[in-house]
Design a protein around this ligand. Structure first.
Ligand code: CS2
Length: 494
């Protein structure tokens, strides 16, 4: 089978349900450097940019910078970086995306990366480097003892971290008197732009205080909220995309139909015509972001741990079980909704109903294991802010604590069974003997003592601790078959 490439596009355009780039891709220049061109970027921001160029044109080709692995470059290079987006619904549709024009690899192509970042044509540097790529401490400040940050501060012209790379790219523009680029965080981190700005400024202070002042005065870091469920591509998906298209695609991407991107309207400088592609620019990104992080991602992480303990593999399987379905719905309605002020555009009961429908899409095989990774980075964004809010206002936390107890049990069980834990704090979990304890109170204390996750105020809250112990005890009884599933979850009507 021939490989997907520019020459295969005309034939693909004739297949029903397949669309191809409508702009002159060959003559489209690069205007965006994106750090972390993983599946989510290729299914989300790259698609909005593609659709904006299909309608309004512009030199908004994307140069992806893989921060760690050369895989994406190696797989897509021979396809001229074209790839397929499969949109999974009752009928799958396919879009060939051309916005990604090259992929460079940090550590291999550093000079070219910095040339791209410092080029006047580059107007935006965007990022999806996941929560851990921000190298923040529990208070949201840059963690100066983080290995990558310490390395970059010692070798600022050969940075490894996204923060170091951003700062070096900006330094070159400062030195060359070139307008700065906008820095657009697209990660699932609350107030992502504000946190990134703080981290870059803090880092730049250690490099050159004048540079830090220039960044402070000239560079904008808009906040944004991103959403679209993007299960990772499995070998079977590669085969089915290639079969549908009649050409081989080495790394297609898949996602659900639903997609949302909300960006701070206070944007200075040029950008793709993203509005025509459906991006919402607003002064209330925070409201959308809280709804998304606390509801969708909060429920996702809850399902990841509780569902895995019950033996389910995907979000669809777990959320189709009546007990789990009812639990996440009640958790959303009774504990999470009401912990933030929603933007006027969102009707929260409808939003929750929409979420449950999205989770119930049988075409989406989203592995719980994928969501379970990096819990130490995700839980503080998704669950703990709701816990803090509810504790402060005497609102319920029982469902949230059950969710956390499932995470504790999942990790404790992984340690006891010698299963790998994919998490930057894995070594810390392994070193904490209490986590393997048979006594729920010890396990809870063991976790609460991890100050990278729990701040001292939360860790010493007696109501929180008691609720966690009670929840973990129930989870363990359920796993030992001493408690039926129908009695595990709070708010059960069964
Ligand atoms: C998921 C997210 O893997 C995870 O942790 O919760 O990637 C989720 O699918 C996206 O945030 C949806 O927009």
């Amino acid at each position: 089978m021939k490989l997907l490439g520019p020459k295969s596009l005309p034939a693909l355009a004739n297949i029903t349900g397949v669309t191809i780039p409508e702009y002159d891709r060959h003559n489209t220049g690069i205007g965006i450097v994106h750090l972390g061109p993983g599946a989510f970027h290729r299914a989300h921001q790259a698609v909005y940019t593609e659709n904006a160029m299909n309608i309004s044109g512009g030199n908004w080709g994307i140069c992806g910078v893989s921060m760690r692995s050369p895989d994406a470059r190696d797989k897509l290079l021979e396809q001229d970086y074209l790839y397929t987006l499969a949109i999974l619904d009752s009928q799958t549709s396919y879009q060939i995306i051309g916005a990604l024009k090259e992929i460079l690899v940090a550590g291999q192509d550093d000079q070219v990366i910095l040339t791209r970042m410092s080029a006047p044509e580059t107007k935006i540097v965007s990022l999806t480097v996941t929560e851990k790529g921000y190298c923040l401490d529990v208070a949201g400040a840059l963690n100066l003892s983080h290995l990558d940050i310490a390395y970059d501060l010692a070798n600022p012209q050969h940075p490894r971290s996204a923060i170091g790379l951003l700062c070096e790219g900006l330094r070159l523009r400062y030195a060359n008197d070139t307008q700065p680029f906008n820095v657009l965080s697209c990660d699932n981190v609350s107030e992502n732009g504000d946190k990134l700005r703080k981290a870059v400024l803090q880092y730049a202070q250690h490099i050159d205080t004048d540079l830090a002042t220039w960044i402070d005065e000239n560079v904008s870091f808009p906040n944004s909220m991103v959403d679209s469920i993007t299960p990772k591509t499995e070998p079977a998906d590669i085969a089915s995309v290639s079969e549908a298209l009649g050409v081989a695609d080495r790394w297609p991407i898949q996602r659900e139909t639903f997609s949302q991107w909300v960006i701070d309207e206070n944007w200075q400088g040029e950008r793709p015509d993203w509005e025509v592609a459906g991006v919402l620019f607003t002064d209330n990104v925070a409201g959308f972001e809280k709804a998304k992080l606390r509801l969708l991602n909060g429920l996702h992480s809850t399902l990841a741990y509780s569902g895995s303990l019950a033996g389910f593999s995907t979000t669809y399987e777990a959320s189709s079980n009546p007990h789990f379905h009812q639990f996440i719905e009640q958790l959303a309605l009774k504990e999470i909704a009401g912990s933030f002020t929603p933007p006027s555009e969102l009707n929260i009961p409808d939003y929750i109903k929409g979420l449950l429908d999205r989770l119930g899409n049988p075409a989406i095989k989203h592995q719980l294991e994928q969501i379970a990774w990096d819990g130490s980075q995700k839980i503080p964004e998704r669950i703990l802010p709701t816990v803090r809010h509810n504790l402060d206002r005497g609102r319920p936390i029982t469902g949230l604590c059950l969710s956390l107890a499932c995470w504790f049990e999942y990790l404790s069980d992984s340690l006891l069974c010698d299963r790998d834990i994919i998490d930057p704090l894995a070594a810390k979990f392994e070193r904490e003997p209490d986590i393997r304890s048979l006594d729920s109170a010890n396990v809870v204390r063991g976790f609460l003592n991890i100050s990278d996750i729990f701040d001292p105020e939360l860790a010493s809250n007696p109501a929180f601790e008691a609720n966690l112990i009670d929840s973990l005890t129930r989870v363990r009884k359920w796993r030992n078959k001493e408690l039926p599933l129908s009695q595990l979850f709070p708010y059960s009507v069964f």
